[in-house]
Design a protein around this ligand. Structure first.
Ligand code: URA
Ligand code: SF4
Length: 228
């Protein structure tokens, strides 16, 4: 592929376009577009849901309470947020933090797809239902998806709960997130590797997920068409 510097420049050019985007109704209520932030050459790309109030004010993803917890969990596996790339499914804050709608997710999808292609991370971490279902192209919910690393477009995808769920939920949610982050650490370090490296597109469909010790899923979901 191209050099990291060239990909970083392409990403910056895409951000300049996105900052003026009015392709969906979320443009009306936003203070600013939250395109994404971090190392454009990162091994790990994290995908959240949508900017909240703090993110909308600052133009940076995960700078509110969810971001604090995310930073803590990353720190526990030896990662600083400056070492990863962080983005969201939609780049503009939905009014009163409502769920993003399918038409908005659709309208914003090409930004995310291009971010994933340009950062080209070894591992993708999806936080919560919206990013996990979108990238794994499934209607299965996060409770059933999590706990497993899925082979995904020649790399791995690890789905886990959204930090906001841990902040308002039980201690069990946080415990399961810690479990998923330790799985993530093993995938990043290469301790967990696929048996046969996929070399063709056909290999990406119907591949066996790499289960964690208590991984629940036998059937990997179909996947977002990253290179379609
Ligand atoms: N929640 C998200 O999903 N993304 C952010 O950037 C902040 C909170
Ligand atoms: Fe454009 Fe995405 Fe913002 Fe909608 S949410 S206006 S598609 S950047």
């Amino acid at each position: 592929m191209t050099t990291p510097a060239a990909r970083a420049e392409e990403l910056a050019a895409l951000e300049r376009v996105a900052l003026a985007c009015t392709a969906c109704g979320l443009a009306e209520g936003r203070t600013q577009v939250v395109f994404g932030a971090g190392d454009a050459d990162a091994d790990l790309m994290i995908v959240g849901e949508a900017p909240g109030q703090r993110e909308d004010e600052q133009g940076i993803p995960f700078v509110g309470p969810s971001g604090k917890l995310l930073e803590t969990l990353l720190g526990e596996i030896g990662l600083d947020r400056s070492e990863v790339y962080i983005g969201n499914v939609v780049k503009c804050r939905p009014p009163r933090n409502r769920d993003p709608r399918p038409d908005e997710i659709d309208a914003c999808g090409d930004y995310l797809r291009t971010q994933l292609r340009l950062v080209d991370p070894k591992v993708v971490l999806t936080l919560g239902n919206f990013s996990s279902k979108l990238l794994l192209k499934t209607t299965t919910g996060i409770t059933r998806l999590r706990g497993t690393a899925y082979p995904w477009w020649g790399r791995f995808l690890v789905p886990t709960y959204h930090p906001a769920a841990a902040l308002r939920g039980s201690a069990r949610v946080l415990e399961e997130m810690r479990h998923d982050f330790s799985l993530l650490a093993k995938v990043i370090s290469g301790e967990i590797v696929r048996e046969t490296p996929p070399s063709t597109e056909a290999d990406h469909n119907g591949v066996t997920p790499v289960p964690d010790t208590d991984g629940p899923d036998d059937n990997p979901p179909a996947q977002m068409d990253l290179f379609a």
